[in-house]
Design a protein around this ligand. Structure first.
Ligand code: CA
Ligand code: CA
Length: 458
């Protein structure tokens, strides 16, 4: 492969490991691999082996009526299988995927499990689209696949078990826990698990994991962008389902409102994710966003200006691609600052740093600065292999400098020129280990934050 691209913005280099049993040379095999291979075996994900992709009509409980969901037709039956997002399906817990002779689903009530699956399919499909359109990720697992969902858990709970998402009901038995943020949360746990590498079970790692799910749930809600009459975007978790009868479980702009920590250094068991939730809000929205809740700071300057949720999302997402054993708030600070610098530049990196400081994660040794090297117009980069060294060409950065790829999975590195440079650069992939392929594509730089919507001004 020897394509050319002009890197006026930035490009993504994706390295894909082929096969399910032969790890790429230099790549590490993780426990995730066997689980993925099992989940993807024929028949275990509930998907039909063949069928025609359709747009079904759903009567949802949380997302309006009608909603369009992707379904499958096979013979005389329609089913809640999504052939365009492989392995995504929905059925009763320990039962089959829902099927029927018409492609109209649900009755809009909070107690109907078929309706719950309408909401799950809608939310999971939008979550997938958000991953693709905002973050450049190919599916929940990063390799073009999702996971089945089950509804009807007879418990006030919802969870991701490593092979599927499962949804129960609220304490009043009036609603299923299938709102946009709860579904985005559960599939977000899957995305987080399959980003970077295993982060262990340390208290900070668990806290950051919980928060990452909050962020993915919130991103799903913002991507869908429902009007106020429905499940409008916010930085609350569980506000629509009223899980235990006390309203939202998390207020990301002020986690202390539900007993979580606002600040690093005072993590409260069990892991609640409060500090990173708070960081994300401060980065995206700042301390006093018009029409949105104010957010306090724990340290540093009292006023922060947000950079918008899509930029914050991409910085967060690129940061977690560096996740590894012993993941911590300190390492998340460094990783996201590097991500912000590579994706956007100094203003965004400074905003990322300010948000960490504001939740009391202190300055770390080796964190990036903004003294960018002078560009070299004639430079030609040599993109990294997944385990290769970081290129150090003047004016060109590759992030992350290395990554490991599970068999069947992929990783993405970003290649960016210093601001102010626009030049013809030849990308080539060479020295790839056996069983891997490399490809690159150009993606547009994210534009300015979307205009504030009227329904935020309440
Ligand atoms: Ca909402
Ligand atoms: Ca919400």
């Amino acid at each position: 492969m020897n394509p050319k691209t002009t890197l006026g913005a930035f490009a993504l280099m994706m390295v894909v490991a082929m096969g399910a049993t032969a790890p790429a040379s230099g790549a590490e095999t993780t426990s995730t691999v066997s689980r993925l291979a099992t989940a993807h075996s024929a028949g275990t994900d509930g998907s039909l082996s063949s069928g025609q992709a359709l747009l079904g009509s759903g009567n949802s409980h949380f997302n309006g009526n009608p909603v369009t969901i992707q379904t499958t037709n096979s013979g005389s039956l329609y089913s809640l299988n999504d052939p365009t997002r492989p392995a995504l399906s929905c059925g009763r817990l320990n039962g089959p995927v829902f099927t029927k002779t018409s492609d109209t689903w649900g009755d809009g009530t909070g107690t109907s499990l078929e309706t719950a699956c309408v909401d799950v399919m809608f939310a999971a499909q939008k979550h997938w689209d958000m991953l693709r359109n905002w973050l450049g990720r190919n599916g929940v697992d990063g390799a073009g696949r999702s996971y089945p969902a089950s509804v009807g858990l007879n418990n006030v709970n919802a969870y991701w078990d490593g092979t599927r998402t499962v949804f129960g009901h609220n304490s009043a038995h009036t609603k299923q826990l299938t709102s946009l943020d709860v579904v985005g949360y559960q599939y977000g746990l899957a995305v987080y698990e399959m980003s970077g590498s295993d982060d262990g079970n340390g208290a900070e790692a668990l806290d950051l994991n919980r928060s990452a799910a909050d962020i993915f749930g919130t991103l799903t809600e913002h991507y869908v962008n429902h009007p106020l009459a429905l499940d409008e975007p916010d930085y609350l978790i569980g506000e629509e389902v009223n899980t235990v009868g006390t309203g939202p479980l998390i207020h990301m702009y002020n986690p202390s409102l539900t007993g979580q920590s606002n600040c690093y250094g005072s993590l409260l068991p069990p892991p609640g994710g409060g500090p990173q939730d708070h960081w994300f809000y401060l980065l995206a929205e700042g301390t006093n966003p018009p029409g949105k809740p104010a957010s306090p700071v724990c340290a540093g300057p009292s006023t922060l200006v947000g950079i918008g949720i899509q930029k914050a999302a991409r910085i967060f997402y690129l940061g977690i691609q560096r996740k590894s054993l012993g993941w911590s708030y300190a390492r998340a600070r460094v990783a996201t600052m590097q991500a912000a610098k590579n994706l956007y530049g100094c203003p965004e990196m400074n905003a990322t740093r300010a948000a960490w400081t504001a939740i009391r994660v202190p300055v770390q040794a080796g964190e990036p600065t903004c003294s960018m090297p002078a560009p070299t117009p004639s430079a030609t980069p040599s993109p990294t292999s997944p385990s290769g060294p970081s290129p150090s060409l003047s004016g060109i950065t590759v992030d992350p400098p290395s990554a490991r790829v599970s068999p069947g999975g992929s990783t993405t590195v970003q290649i960016k020129l210093s601001p102010g440079t626009a030049q013809q650069v030849t990308l080539s992939a060479s020295g790839s280990p056996a069983g891997t392929t490399g490809r690159h594509r150009r993606i547009p730089r994210a534009g300015p934050a979307a205009p504030r919507q009227a329904w935020f001004c309440r």
